[in-house]
Design a protein around this ligand. Structure first.
Ligand code: XMP
Length: 325
């Protein structure tokens, strides 16, 4: 639309003016905001931008590939992918406490990001300094961090894709005046694919906070499969726009008796947590059609050995938060 196009033009102009001939880096999280911010900056300054994507091994199925292929194809951005899954998993080893998990993931992320940024500076043959850091900060983020009383203290939110606090960069924040729906329109305007622009929210700490109990590679693999099935069926049923998001949670320390094939099993339950929401501050559980729930349940228990029970979370927020940890 005319307005979206003019927002893009205005921002591109402003970014060029701010950055000049210097270089910038941007952390990509796989989420909409960092992707749109990066695409805008790419449009403005091209090869002066390098994006960094830290794969912490806690992503959902296909997510890293989506950043590596679709995002690069759509924007032509220079991308550095860091596979840090070993590092994150060993840091998380033995840890079950949700807040501790969040802190560890946030801390490791910052370390890996800083290391990547030092490598970019060392590798790139240019006299121009890397002086800018691109952030996908939205208007509601600005308002909330301005002393709001929101739910910020309930959980340590880590916008993985976020920044170290003592960072020596100047920030570029092209989405600072925009709301989420406007960000999506801008993303579309600059040519990002639908799968990226319409993505539902996904927490920075990823599947790490959807495994109740210790996070291990095996458990992540189980959850990734179950989550992919749930997403596939929700998409096939045309429900993506109706629900805000649908976390799938693995109760890794719980076991129950089941019968799969002709044999007794002693497996784990997963919880489906479909919610509707305007802004994630409050939410209601989504009244999904029974046949869709049935398909998800049948497929997960058929296709994912070790998961023998699928349950539905019918709690609103409050009192429950959207994520389980
Ligand atoms: P809760 O669980 O607090 O989640 O009701 C509210 C919304 O925030 C997402 N979420 C996060 N997003 N970093 C993020 O970028 C985080 O650490 C984080 N924790 C929760 C959650 O998916 C929901 O959309």
């Amino acid at each position: 639309s005319w307005t979206t196009a003019s927002i893009v033009d205005e921002q591109v102009e402003a970014i060029r003016e701010q950055v000049g001939g210097k270089r910038a880096i941007c952390g990509l999280s796989g989420g909409v905001d960092s992707a749109v911010a990066a695409a805008l900056v790419q449009k403005a300054i091209g090869s002066q931008l390098t994006c960094v994507y830290v794969d912490h091994g806690l992503m959902r199925k296909g997510e890293t590939e989506q950043v590596e292929k679709d995002f690069v194809a759509a924007t032509g951005v220079r991308l550095k992918v860091v596979d840090a899954s070993e590092r994150f998993l060993s840091a998380l080893s033995g840890v079950s406490d949700p807040e501790q998990k969040r802190k560890i993931i946030g801390r490791e992320f910052i370390r890996v990001f800083e290391q990547a940024q030092a490598e970019i500076v060392a590798e790139a043959p240019s006299d121009e300094p890397v002086a800018f850091l691109v952030q996908g900060t939205l208007y509601p983020d600005v308002v909330e961090s301005g002393g709001g009383t929101g739910t910020a203290n309930i959980k340590s939110h880590h916008n993985v894709g976020g920044l170290p606090e003592d960072i020596e960069f100047e920030l570029v924040e092209p989405l600072r005046k925009l709301f989420k729906d406007e960000v999506r329109m801008v993303g579309q305007e600059v040519g990002l694919p639908e799968e990226i622009v319409q993505r539902q929210p996904f927490p920075g700490p990823g599947l790490g906070i959807r495994i109740v109990g210790e996070v291990t590679r095996e458990r992540l693999d189980l959850l990734r499969e179950a989550d992919a099935i749930a997403r596939e069926e929700l998409t096939a049923a045309g429900l993506d726009r109706d629900i805000w998001q649908c976390p799938v949670v693995l109760l890794a320390d719980v076991r129950s008796v089941g019968v799969q094939g002709d044999a007794r099993t002693y497996g784990h339950p997963v919880v489906l947590r479909p919610v509707s929401s305007e802004d994630a501050m409050t939410a209601d559980w989504s009244r999904l059609p029974y046949d869709v729930l049935a398909r998800i349940s049948t497929r997960i228990t058929n296709e994912v050995a070790e998961i023998n029970r699928v349950t539905l979370d019918v709690t609103s927020k409050p009192p429950g938060t959207i994520e389980w940890e």
